[in-house]
Structure formats: structure tokens, C-alpha cells
Design a protein around this ligand. Structure first.
Ligand code: PLP
Length: 470
């Protein structure tokens, strides 16, 4: 399988290259040249497969010749063997229409583990035998940092540098990062810096030719195609359990950067019978505005109890604009250039119509989020986290045919957001046994002043030099 850039001018690449590269050289995002197809019979034959086997089957067409089917299955077996639930992503029931897909049984209690555990193994696989070394640099306000660190800790030929603003992440979130002690893991707490400052330093490093000339610096955010690919699998897993290919299913997805819900779009393009994808946002609702009115314009960010959805712009939305808008990379490059300058753009008619075929959207404020947490607890005895509650609110309010089941994606374990959950339902969720000793674990972290020079020289002193991209 070849991959093309959404901005049309980067060279086509194979799966190995797009995995190691992240962003395309023209600033666009990689998408497969065409969507692989599964027939109804092929989908029916997937029923009952263990998760790791289903994953290897669904992902093989994207991987192409870069891994044999046997090797891919070894990697999925290893990645998903670390999950605390045998089913990996168990599907549970609220009532005859409403379902919950639990994506939080990985090592760091958030759905990002599903993709990042595999990505860590893919990096290692593709670097083995080469003379290259990856330097992952990121800034985190919480979930991505811990999932990425856990996924690459101890892996050969990879160093990870994760910046967080000192004292501005929750204690659970900090400890999930700093208690992973391995020679290739470098946690950096920036004194006198905000999350935005940290993010700006990472961006500056990616553009700093002194750094990029010596180190192969890469990102692990959801612009990486391999992350989206891994998320396609659980849409198949859930829909097949609910009767696909003979029955349509809808999904409600708590959305930030549009990675998770775009994976649902890919599943539909591959032949999975999806009735609708509900894009659930909190009050940071750029996607809801774009999908309902065509106006994609960035406003400031309002902090909420669902911080992983507190976004100003949604990087993966570009993939939908590309595919739904007719795959015209040159036109999209122009459109995105305009957006980068003015922070606002109108979707074209083709983009709006292409998106409306599968997507609908809904926005939840704090009261609606709290009400959904109470609904789940009082009616079904289920404790859900604030992000999941936004998805559930949208699932309960959506206008869908009566016979279509709706699956809400549960993106985090409630214990990650215990204070918000307790204030909504009066019950404080406890950490699951596998990380119950988190508060007693040893921590390793370097404090640095919040300046670019301090961070760049720390990275340069601790990373391994690597020849430029292959
Ligand atoms: C990252 C995250 C999201 C948003 O997912 P996107 O793929 O960025 O849309 C939602 N909920 C939780 C808990 C997350 O960590």
C-alpha cells in the first residue's frame, strides 16, 4: 500500500516510511492511496476472532509488504497481551439500544494505549537493523505523554523526551509518566512555563535545523497514520459483535483531534456497515460548528473537566477534508494555507456533503456531561469518566433509526478523573489493581527552566545522533 499526502506534493511512501516520518514533508498528513475493501463474507468470517488476530487481519492491507502476516500477528499479540482485559476492548451494555466500548484497559488507562502500544513495537521493528535512531519529543497536558512513554520505555534505538508544565498536571497523570524508569525515558518538568509554552518549544525544535540535522526528531501525536490504523480495529470488533455485516451500527465518539472518530470513517470506507458517526465535543466545539454549519474557525480554549478534548483546532480533520472533498491535494494545500494565516475557513460544498453522509455532531456543556455520568450510574450502575460522558450525552440525544444500536466509545478509566466523577455522582472511582501502588512508586524527572535553550541543550546532551531520514 502506498500513502499520499493530503497536501499533494510530498512523494508517495510505503507504510514503513510513513510510520517513521509522522508528518509528510509538504506539511500534510499521510492517507492510503485507496481504501482497502472487505466484502460482507469476509467481515462475517471475522466473527469470534481473538482481538490480536482481528487486528492483524484488519491492518494487513495497510501494512502491505512491510511486514509478513505472521510478523504482524506476533506484534499485535505482544501489544494487546499487555491489556488487563482478555477481550482487550470489551463491549458492555447500558440498555437495549445503548452500548459502551471500553477502550481503557491498557497500561495507562486511556484509549491511546490501543494505538501507542502497537506503535512502539512498530518503531522498534522498523529501526532494527538500520543505523537510525529516533528521538521522540512531545509536550503533554496528560494522557498522551503517559501512553507514549509506556509504549517506548526500554525499546532499542528510541529516546523519548516528554515536557510538562511543572505543577500543572494532576498527580495521577504526573506519576504515570515519571514512575516509568528506563534509560531512554526523559521526563522534563518546566518551571515557569504553561502547556502552550511547552508545545511551542516542541514546534520550535522540529524547525530547528541545528537539532534536526543531528537527531531524527519525531512526534507521537495522532497525526501518525499507524495510530489511526490501529484504532480502526475496534470499530470492526464492536460492530461484528452487534450483528455486522447484516446490521448497521452507530458510534458516538468523544472527540478532540479527530483521530479516533476518523478511524471509524476508515472502517466505514472499508465496508463496515456504519449508520452514523457522532462527533461529540465539549464546549471547545470547533468540530461541531464545522460539521453543522461549515464554519471551521478557531476560538480560544476553555479548560474543562474533559481536558483531552480541550482543543483549539483538530489536526486530523484535514484527512476528512481531503477524502470527502475529492482528494485534491493542491486545492487543500491552498485552503489550509489560508486557514493557517487567518485561523478560519469555510468548508467547500463537496467537503460538507461528503462529511454529512456519515457524520453528525453534538456539543455537551458541563451540566449535560454531569447528567450523562449520573444517567449511567443511576440507571446502570456504571461509573464513566467525563470524556466518555460527553459521548454518552450525544448518543442519548442523537436522532437515529430505532433499530440501530449506538456504541459510545469509553476513552478513559473514570479513576483517571476521580475528582470530576465524584462531584457528579458522589462516588470516587479507585485505581484498578494493576496500578493501585502508583502513589508509592519511585519517580524520575528533570526540572528545567522554561526556556527553549535549556530544553534543546538537554535533548542534545541525552539523545543519540542519527543519519537523516531514509
Ligand atoms: C485523546 C483523548 C480523546 C480525544 O481523542 P481524539 O482522537 O484526539 O479525537 C478523548 N478522550 C480521551 C480520554 C483522550 O485521551
Amino acid at each position: 500500500m502506498d500513502y499520499v499526502s493530503t497536501r499533494g506534493s510530498a512523494q508517495r511512501q510505503d507504510f514503513r516510511s510513513v510510520t517513521l516520518a509522522g508528518l509528510a514533508s509538504d506539511g500534510g498528513l499521510y492517507v492510503p492511496r485507496e481504501w482497502p475493501q472487505f466484502s460482507a463474507d469476509e467481515i462475517a468470517a471475522m466473527a469470534g476472532l481473538p482481538y490480536a488476530e482481528l487486528a492483524a487481519k484488519v491492518m494487513q492491507p495497510f501494512v502491505g509488504d512491510c511486514l509478513t502476516p505472521e510478523r504482524l500477528l506476533e506484534l499485535t499479540t505482544k501489544a494487546y497481551g499487555r491489556f488487563a482485559h482478555k477481550a482487550v476492548t470489551p463491549l458492555t451494555q447500558f440498555d437495549e439500544k445503548q452500548w459502551l466500548l471500553e477502550l481503557f484497559h491498557g497500561p495507562t488507562l486511556a484509549f491511546k494505549d490501543v494505538a501507542l502500544q502497537l506503535l512502539g513495537l512498530l518503531f522498534e521493528e522498523f529501526l532494527t537493523g538500520s543505523d537510525q535512531h529516533l528521538t521522540i519529543v512531545g509536550a503533554t497536558s496528560g494522557d498522551t505523554g503517559s501512553a507514549a512513554i509506556d509504549a517506548v520505555a526500554g525499546r532499542e534505538k528510541i529516546d523519548i523526551f516528554m515536557l510538562h508544565p511543572k505543577g500543572r498536571v494532576s498527580e495521577v497523570q504526573r506519576r504515570q509518566m515519571t514512575s516509568v524508569i528506563a534509560p531512554n525515558v526523559h521526563n522534563i518538568a518546566l518551571t515557569d512555563a504553561s502547556f502552550d509554552d511547552a508545545q511551542a518549544m516542541v514546534k520550535r525544535m522540529f524547525a530547528d535545523t541545528d537539532m534536526t540535522g543531528r537527531f531524527r526528531i519525531t512526534a507521537v501525536n495522532s497525526i501518525n497514520w499507524a495510530r489511526l490504523m490501529a484504532q480502526v480495529v475496534y470499530y470492526f470488533a464492536a460492530a461484528i459483535q452487534l450483528g455486522a455485516p447484516n446490521r448497521k451500527v452507530a458510534f458516538s465518539v468523544p472527540t478532540g483531534n479527530f483521530g479516533d472518530v476518523f478511524a471509524g470513517y476508515v472502517a466505514a470506507k472499508m465496508g463496515l456497515p456504519v449508520e452514523k458517526l457522532i462527533v461529540a465535543t465539549n464546549v471547545n466545539d470547533i468540530l461541531h460548528r464545522a460539521l453543522s454549519t461549515g464554519d471551521y474557525s478557531a476560538h480560544g480554549v476553555t479548560p474543562t473537566e474533559a481536558p483531552s478534548m480541550d482543543i483549539q483546532v483538530s489536526s486530523n480533520f484535514e484527512r476528512l477534508l481531503f477524502d470527502a472533498g475529492g482528494r485534491d491535494g493542491a486545492a487543500l494545500a491552498e485552503q489550509m494555507k489560508g486557514f493557517e494565516a487567518s485561523k478560519a475557513m469555510q468548508l467547500t460544498n463537496a467537503q460538507r456533503e461528503g462529511a454529512a453522509a456519515l457524520f453528525t455532531s453534538m456539543r455537551a456543556d458541563a451540566d449535560e456531561m454531569h447528567a450523562a455520568m449520573r444517567w449511567a450510574y443511576e440507571n446502570c450502575g456504571k461509573v464513566i469518566d467525563p470524556h466518555t460522558a460527553i459521548g454518552l450525552h450525544a448518543a442519548l440525544s442523537a436522532d437515529l433509526p430505532a433499530d440501530v444500536p449506538v456504541v459510545t466509545l469509553a476513552t478513559a478509566d473514570a479513576a483517571k478523573f476521580a475528582p470530576a466523577v465524584e462531584s457528579a455522582i458522589g462516588v470516587s472511582p479507585t485505581l484498578p489493581p494493576r496500578i493501585a501502588d502508583l502513589m508509592d512508586r519511585e519517580e524520575a524527572c528533570t526540572d528545567l527552566p522554561g526556556t527553549y535553550e535549556a530544553v534543546a541543550s538537554f535533548v542534545a546532551d541525552n539523545a543519540t545522533e542519527s543519519p537523516a531520514a531514509a
